[in-house]
Design a protein. Structure first.
Length: 299
């Protein structure tokens, strides 16, 4: 029963990782940008929700209704002012730009809030720790179930949006060929700005659940970026449903590794990520190209 309980907890933990990775995966799949500021922006959203909950005594879920559109506007502005211009300079410049942005965000948060950790758990009563008992040995947290449900709804909603709506199809077309879409009347600049706004709005949701399940501080974004990146790569870069699967695999790996050793929680996830990464490198199309290049070099 212990193993079954760990598997269940791992699956639910995977819902949180998928939620954290959603914005990163969406931005890469439709804009081909690896956003290294993703974790820092998640922390920014968590702090914004915390401010509204602390100063105005709002529920964090109500505060999200204000923070999500604000983060969307921030995404629009970042696309127009930073990402769009840096993308014209090559593949590496957007990565460096978002890395610099993450440093700026972290230091601004440190200046504003100091190094003390914050949490949104006190503002949701017993939701943060209450659970349902399935058996004497198995209990599932209400917040974990809510997180998984939100991850499924958000990832599924984005997938339906991309495949079933005119704007979604325009975003997909722009991601494939930004120059050609202009010939059929699609404004690529506007479409990319909307995509960035959607990605940052999803980051606000991730920030909410981050603050509900754990403490955070201005420099906590780096670890969240790692989790998001690992879930995205494990599930398949550019696949929204794959992001959910990747988060679940990562969560199960960490949860099962914790049975072996308490220190194995993070190591299990990192090893799983490396195993999947090397498998994709050496067994996929990229691996075939690498082997061919190495073979030519040997001759």
């Amino acid at each position: 029963m212990i193993f079954v309980n760990q598997m269940i907890q791992g699956v639910l933990l995977g819902g949180y990782y998928a939620l954290i990775a959603c914005g990163l995966s969406f931005m890469f799949s439709v804009m081909r940008i690896i956003n290294l500021a993703h974790g820092s922006l998640t922390i920014l959203a968590a702090f914004a929700i915390y401010l509204l909950a602390e100063d105005l005594n709002w529920s964090p879920f109500v505060a999200l209704l204000i923070v999500a559109p604000a983060m969307g506007l921030l995404g629009w502005g970042l696309q127009r002012s930073v990402l769009e211009r840096s993308a014209k300079a090559g593949l590496l410049v957007p990565v460096l730009s978002t890395f610099g942005l993450s440093i700026v965000v972290e230091n601004l948060l440190f200046q504003g809030f100091g190094a003390n950790t914050k949490s949104l758990a006190p503002y949701v009563d017993d939701l943060a720790y209450d659970s349902w008992s399935l058996t004497d040995d198995i209990a599932i947290g209400k917040l974990a179930v809510l997180t998984m449900a939100c991850a499924i709804l958000m990832l599924g909603g984005l997938q339906i949006f991309l495949s079933r709506t005119a704007l979604g199809r325009a975003i997909r077309a722009t991601s494939e060929d930004v120059d050609t879409v202009g010939l059929v009347g699609i404004n690529a600049r506007r479409v990319n700005a909307i995509a960035a706004a959607i990605a940052l709005a999803s980051v606000a949701v991730a920030g909410l659940f981050l603050g509900l399940r754990a403490t955070f501080d201005p420099y906590a974004g780096g670890m969240q970026l790692i989790f998001a990146f690992e879930a995205t790569v494990i599930g398949g870069v550019g696949s929204l449903w794959g992001t959910l699967l990747g988060g679940i695999v990562l969560g199960i790996a960490q949860s099962d590794a914790a049975l072996i050793s308490p220190q194995g929680f993070f190591i299990g996830g990192h090893l799983t990520f490396l195993a999947v990464l090397f498998a994709r490198l050496f067994m996929g199309d990229l691996g075939w190209r690498l082997r061919e290049a190495l073979g030519r070099g040997a001759r």
